[in-house]
Design a protein around this ligand. Structure first.
Ligand SMILES: *Cc1c(COP(=O)(O)O)cnc(C)c1O
Length: 231
């Protein structure tokens, strides 16, 4: 539980900087995405006033209300939840990034809602080791899906996102992050402009940074625990 999100924010930023330093990378190259699902607009506003700009949301209706309530702030919104095809149009219009593109059908639906002068930033979500999860493309399907995103006129391919299986021992989790780094390096050979590897959450973001994450998605460590039903 965090009583003061501003204090928690400074602590998380310091931990990111320390982990980046330990990994030998410039701390400014690791971005923090503040995951605000199940948290009120007022909590987002407090963090924005402390300097945070990028926020992640999982559910369109919940996010839309907060995006409207905070329209006076120049925030950057990332959709990180499971994406249904019938929501693609509104997600593409309301969000700046979508991190959960995991099947070819979503590509044209998202692209159609944007224009080439204002493309939607896209990460392809990879199912790196969680056989129970229905989200994320198989690593074998990644090259074709990434190529489809890269050639869609309304989209800009920025990189990869992963959510490793929960409740793993640290060695297995580290292996999943390392496998993502390998996929990211291979992707960059085909798409040199790609710059974002989104992995690591409250429990393991330092480990993810050690394995090359350029964006970590942190909710609980910033805002405190969520009600169990909200995931
Ligand atoms: C909820 C969520 C997070 C943040 O998880 P915490 O453990 O609260 O930091 C990160 N990424 C995704 C995709 C999420 O759904």
């Amino acid at each position: 539980m965090q009583a003061d999100p501003t204090t928690a924010y400074r602590t998380v930023l310091a931990r990111i900087a320390a982990a980046a330093g330990g990994a030998g990378v410039d701390p400014s190259t690791v971005r923090l995405l503040a995951v605000s699902k199940a948290k009120p607009a007022a909590a987002i506003r407090t963090l924005a006033q402390a300097g945070q700009r990028a926020f992640g949301e999982n559910y369109l209706q919940e996010a839309a209300a907060k995006i409207d309530a905070l329209a006076d702030l120049a925030l950057e919104w990332h959709f990180i939840g499971h994406l249904q095809s019938n929501k693609c149009g509104e997600v593409a219009r309301r969000f700046d990034w979508v991190q959960s593109v995991d099947r070819p059908r979503l590509v044209a639906l998202l692209s159609a809602a944007r224009t080439p002068d204002r493309p939607l930033n896209v990460l392809v979500q990879v199912n790196i080791d969680d056989e129970a999860s229905k989200s994320g493309c198989a690593p074998a399907d990644l090259p074709a899906l990434a190529a489809a995103v890269a050639s869609a006129p309304g989209l800009r391919l920025r990189g990869l996102m992963a959510i490793p299986a929960p409740a793993q021992d640290p060695a297995r989790r580290r292996a999943a992050f390392a496998a993502m780094r390998g996929l990211f390096e291979a992707l960059r050979r085909d798409h040199p402009d790609v710059d974002t590897l989104s992995m690591g959450m409250s429990e393991d973001f330092e480990l993810a940074i050690a394995e090359g994450a350029t964006m970590v998605r942190v909710g609980t460590a910033l805002f405190g625990a969520r009600p169990a039903a909200s995931g």
